[in-house]
Design a binder for this molecule. Structure first.
Ligand code: PMP
Length: 395
């Protein structure tokens, strides 16, 4: 029995919980790497919160204000537990953001400058999302204006697998290496970047910041196993509301992460939705979600391989779910050898196939310039993948 057959009933039960999906059977939403759809439970929580307890957090002494303050603090601990933190909020902290971009910028703006010294070196991934490259360069410039010189090196890639090259990385590390930024799952190639190897390559002291925008909500993310120091993610890609996200900080290597100065009013209904989103994901099982998405992506890549007109970008060594080399999560990016990707995007949309076509915000635009990205989640079905393949075949 294939993974898709084995998980079929489980998937049907989950898909039925997404009103925008079930309400539009003619549309196949294939853009979950941009943002996920929302299950009924999250929508209900937000409605309930706004109609029973809406108030500001941390201010006021009446019931609604107290309930909102408790919600925010409870959700902080919930985020830490969801990420496998064994002692939520004992030393670690959780800071709510509007998404992964703001989370990474907060680490770059409010923590990194306090940590780095003149002559330090940092290592960052330039073929990944710009949200995980530009903030570190901005921090370098900010420090330069204060007379603190920091060298930025590129986290090396293995050109064949497009995985990080952890052997080359180990060779880059010096006694001045003070920080590494990495990405858990690549937003264009869908590659699992094997970040568990980074700790061994850089040694026990160097803080590692993980961009988990494409992994949280899609697969188990465990800060203990990965031994990273920051995890920034998008709540809105993990079944939560638009404009939500968080950064988890370990706070044991370097200064504590205390972002934000004047905190202002938090996105309380977004935080309410995030708590339910994480409960929903745990109940669905992130491991099963991963198996489903990986199997759908494999169905698509296998189908595309039989079509000469298409080129799949990214790892060509192995994409098997059990590969020791590299695993592809639920993202497949490709292009047609004759049709431009924007045109292809329009054609697919006219068939109700909602994909993303452009340069995908890659920091150093490379081969991903102009391609079509299909990104899958647990509400997508094998039939939708087959529908896409059949339209692609007809072009
Ligand atoms: N990093 C990666 C790998 C992403 O895919 C994205 C979203 N496309 C981001 C960061 C930015 O996330 P957000 O939209 O939540 O700011």
């Amino acid at each position: 029995m294939t993974t898709l057959d084995a998980l079929r009933d489980w998937h049907r039960g989950l898909r039925a919980q997404f009103p925008l999906i079930t309400g539009h059977p003619d549309q196949a939403y294939l853009d979950s790497a941009a943002t996920s759809q929302k299950p009924r439970a999250v929508l209900d929580t937000v409605q309930r919160y706004l109609t029973t307890a809406n108030a500001n957090a941390g201010r006021g002494t009446y019931t609604w204000a107290n309930a909102t303050t408790a919600l925010v603090e409870r959700t902080r601990a919930r985020v830490a537990r969801f990420l496998g933190d064994p002692e939520p909020l004992r030393r670690s902290g959780v800071h709510f953001t509007s998404g992964a971009t703001e989370g990474l910028r907060a680490v770059a703006r409010d923590w990194l400058p306090h940590h780095l010294r003149d002559g330090d070196e940092i290592i960052v991934p330039f073929a990944d999302h710009q949200a995980n490259a530009l903030p570190w360069l901005e921090a370098q410039q900010l420090l330069a204006r204060q007379g603190v010189r920091v060298t930025v090196r590129e986290l090396p890639y293995d050109p064949a697998s497009r995985d990080y090259d952890h052997v080359a990385l180990a060779g880059l590390v010096t006694e001045r290496t003070a920080f590494v930024a990495a990405t858990h799952v690549h937003h264009v190639y869908g590659a699992d970047m094997n970040v568990h190897r980074i700790r061994a390559a850089v040694g026990p002291e160097v803080p590692i910041c993980l961009d988990a925008a494409q992994s949280v909500g899609h697969l188990p993310v465990d800060v203990t196993a990965l031994d990273v120091d920051f995890v920034a993610f998008s709540g809105h890609k993990a079944m939560g509301l638009p404009g939500t996200g968080a950064v988890w900080a370990r706070n044991t290597r370097g200064p504590a992460f205390t972002p934000g100065g004047w905190a202002g009013t938090p996105n309380t209904c977004g935080i309410a939705g995030l708590e339910t989103a994480l409960d929903w994901l745990d109940a669905a099982g992130t491991d099963r979600i991963r198996r489903w998405n990986t199997a759908l992506a494999a169905r698509l890549t296998d189908g595309l391989r039989t079509l000469d007109a298409y080129e799949v970008l990214g790892c060509r060594l192995s994409l098997a779910a059990d590969s020791e080399v590299q695993q592809r999560e639920g993202i497949v990016t490709f292009r047609h050898r004759g049709i431009g990707s924007n045109d292809l995007g329009f054609v697919l949309a006219s068939h109700g196939l909602l994909v993303r076509s452009d340069g995908h915000c890659q920091a150093r635009a490379g081969e991903s310039e102009s391609s079509v990205r299909v990104s899958l989640h647990v509400y997508n079905s094998p039939e939708e993948v087959d529908r896409l393949l059949s339209v692609l075949r007809s072009l």
